[in-house]
Design a protein around this ligand. Structure first.
Ligand code: SDX
Length: 431
């Protein structure tokens, strides 16, 4: 960590403490409060971590006011346009763009680990067919620690490497199997002659009864969706993975915890919730009714796909996703998709509304992704599993970074206790 050259002075009663200030590569200065309790006997209070840095990291940076997102310094717009998902995976995992040979080796490594242990197929058969695919993924990914014992020891760098590749390689297979199981179709095995995104599309949409040829434009759109969801600083699910890992839990358990957290509609579940909201709105003339509900403090309804804890400007991923939506829908000949028309009109009306402008509520990554995924043939229940598939590399990169931190301690927040003071037990006869 960089040396601090500045200090903050905090005076509490008769105590004055000097707190080091760190200046990051980018973003606001950070006050180091690690010694605050020892020196001043007080805690800080920040339940949603709105002003709290939980770690130092070199992987991803977001400037919410400027709508900037970079991975290892490279802007997301450039990566989405010029790179592809497995190259972004290499960048997130290793910190630098790969040479041609490094990229070839990495892609071969991932490609050759896409199958799952045949006996794991039985796990799927324990679930109801109508189980949400996220429930299946949480279960199956957690169960990987019951199969891949040779890559669960986090103290062994080699086992950490093997677990990383296994997870990145097998998530598309597991997600596709969860989908096939939910629609009663046979599992489709991965193929080593297909790229990552094409393999996933084929595992989802091909059937033994006929040949399936992946449309390169859909495959490119799928790959771009993976890239746009790869990592995003210390979001809720990444923080979950870091906290789980800080106890020494095995990588499969930590990633299963991340999947569970991502499922929530305030987080990765928003893409499914957003499309369901757009369908409920149905036609542009009903938009004012929903905007009024979103603004009504007495109505818990929120515009799904709008707002963000960090972005107080456009989510740069939404900008790229919007372009992709236009391309994919035109390709599929559904550029007049009524849902897309509702989405574009909703975005226009919301951004013209002072409520959203004043609160800096802009479309986020989930606003347009669902429209593309539905146009590609996915049911809404598969939207968040696809987000989880893509975010696995971000979770793994942050997990590895944390394990390599010599200052790693188990995460154990304190609290502001407002419960009952010490009191004696009262026998039931006297109550
Ligand atoms: C993701 O963290 C990440 O990086 C996440 C993510 C990633 O890649 O990992 O980017 C992925 O999770 C994107 C966000 C997807 N979620 C949604 O689209 C769900 C709808 N959005 C909201 O639930 C909300 O905006 C959050 C949860 C995303 C952010 O909430 P915050 O930062 O806790 O903000 P808040 O709830 O305190 O809201 C601030 C104000 C409130 O009004 P006041 O109490 O100040 O009067 O804005 C209002 C909120 O009521 N508000 C909304 C709103 N979002 C916030 N009002 C209407 N519609 C909304 N969508």
């Amino acid at each position: 960590m960089a040396e601090s050259t500045k200090h903050a002075t905090l005076t509490i009663g008769d105590k004055t403490v000097e707190l080091p200030i760190f200046t990051p590569t980018a973003g606001p200065d950070v006050i180091d409060i690690r010694k605050l309790y020892a020196q001043a006997g007080v805690f800080t209070y920040d339940p949603g971590f709105t002003s709290t840095a939980s770690c130092d990291s070199t992987i991803t940076f977001i400037d919410g006011d400027e709508g900037i997102l970079t991975h290892r310094g490279y802007a997301i717009g450039e990566l989405a346009e010029k790179s592809h998902y497995l190259e972004v995976c290499y960048l997130l995992l290793n910190g630098e763009l790969p040479s041609p040979a490094e990229l070839e080796d990495f892609e071969a490594l991932v490609t050759n680990h896409t199958m799952i242990h045949e006996q794991m197929h039985n796990f799927f058969r324990g679930f109801r067919r109508d189980a949400h695919p996220m429930a299946t993924m949480v279960g199956v990914v957690g169960a990987m620690s019951a199969f891949y014992h040779d890559s669960t020891d986090i103290a062994d760098p080699w086992q950490r490497e093997v677990a990383s590749i296994r997870l990145i390689a097998k998530m598309p297979t597991i997600a596709a199997m969860a989908y096939k199981y939910s629609i009663g179709q046979p599992f489709v095995y991965p193929r080593n002659d297909l790229d990552y995104a094409s393999n996933f599309l084929r595992m989802c949409f091909s059937v033994p009864a006929e040949d399936y040829v992946v449309d390169p434009i859909l495959s490119r759109a799928m790959d771009r969706i993976f890239t746009l969801h790869a990592d995003h600083e210390q979001n809720a699910s990444t923080s979950t993975v870091r906290l789980a890992s800080s106890s020494g839990a095995n990588p499969f358990a930590c990633i299963a915890a991340g999947i569970a957290c991502l499922w929530g509609p305030a987080h990765g579940g928003a893409n499914q919730a957003c499309l369901e909201m757009l369908k409920e709105i149905g036609t542009p003339d009903r938009i004012p009714e929903f905007i009024a509900r979103a603004k009504d403090k007495n109505d818990p309804f929120r515009l799904m796909g709008f707002g963000h804890r960090v972005y107080k400007n456009f989510d740069p991923r939404a900008t790229v996703m919007k372009q992709s939506a236009d391309e994919v829908l035109e390709l599929l000949g559904v550029e007049n998709n009524p849902i897309l028309q509702v989405a574009k009109e909703l975005e226009k009306q919301a951004l013209e509304d002072p409520y959203f402008a004043d609160k800096k509520l802009f479309p986020n990554v989930d606003f347009y992704s669902g429209i593309i995924l539905e146009a590609m043939g996915f049911p809404t229940s598969m939207f968040t599993p696809i987000f989880a598939l893509a975010r696995t590399v971000g979770w793994i990169s942050q997990w590895k970074e944390q394990l390599n931190d010599p200052q790693l301690k188990i995460g154990r927040p304190r609290q502001l206790y407002q419960g009952a003071d010490l009191r004696a037990y009262v026998d039931i006869e006297k109550r």
